[in-house]
Design a protein around this ligand. Sequence first.
Ligand code: PMP
Length: 432
Amino acid sequence: MSNLFYQTKSPRPVLDRASGIYMWDTAGKRYIDGSSGAMVSNLGHSDPAVLDAMRAQMDKATFGYRLHFQTESSDDLARMTADLAPAGLNKVFFVSGGSEAVESTLKLARQYVLTQGQPQRFKVISRYPSYHGCTLGALAITGYAPMTAPFDPMMQRMPKIPAPRAYLDGLNPDDRATGLHYANMLETAILQEGPDTVLAFIVEPIGGASTGALVPPVGYMQRIREICTQYGVLLIHDEVMTGGGRTGRFFGADHWGTTPDLIALSKGFGSGYAPLGAMIARDDIVDAVMDGGGFIHGFTYAGNPLACAAGVAVLGQIAARDLVGNAERMGAALYSRLMGLMQRYALIGDVRGKGLLCAFELMADRATKAPLNPALHAHARLVDIAYDNGLIIYSRRTRGGTSGDHFLVCPPLITTQVQLDEITDLLDKSLA
Ligand code: PMP
């Protein structure tokens, strides 16, 4: 009997070791990490360069409280992160995970509008379905009732607009009119709420766990930016899952070249080597808050030297080995393999994604997009079958939590063509 508890009662195999895209349990069974954990291990497991860098840091100091010391690794990582970010966003605040990164953007945004004499701005518009984290602030802007409902009385209810699921609405995502149709829902929401009460809009450039690698329609991201600028609403990109090269660009939004005011980053940023995340912010936002008395926020473990040393080595490896380029190339190859499976299995109703943020959705009827009967628990069953076959994939029941089953296939960015074949074969076997 274990003293641990997480979400479910089912005990998991005990992890023994992991290397590259493979993991082994203590019974000696091998698994392919086809989802990089929860889209975390972008660099794969046990990368020698990262382990060496962490060992070197451990030999010097493992912890220094950020208000007592700056450290070389946190300074280096902040510089490297700012260099990757869009122009004008040069301020970096370290945290230990995605929820903390999102919370940080909300609090910085709020303190900023106070310095601008706009205390009435507090509403953060988000989308449904969406997932932005498990802390109460991040949960308040999460559009996924099964996770939020029990905590509703403890949260500020925040307005939500639909995510642009063109494939379900029978709209063509390559048509600009589709992008404008969904983006203009933000304008409608801002006008309904009262523009001077809206603080921010938060969006994943490519929808992750909640929508299953949902690529926005043409023109959507650009129009969102225009609307936010027009109404003085801060635009937050939640790049927790899309950042770090996963989509074939370092940031997901780099596909459209749009610049947010604040970015939340985690997962692939530390790549599983250390709990690590960051908020990246527009310079003038941070300057205003710092001049106004400082940011009332911070986590004890933030910017600790060991996590930052891991981050420096991770970013160094991503650049040195062109893993962002590999994500783009292998992503295209994975996409066409999934399309091949779709031709063979009528159950697959949609394949989507960019780079190695790839997904497929099971449906009862591809033409009508009718979901499978929820009682089948297809989202859990296929994952379990694949797991038995030695392949880890990630699923979420979507469409508001009542129906629809999608699966993220997101192996580490180091994955090779041969390994993609291995993944596809195991997926084929599991679907069969
Ligand atoms: N934002 C997004 C888009 C995420 O996918 C996640 C994690 N799945 C989070 C925030 C929260 O990150 P964490 O679990 O590290 O707190």
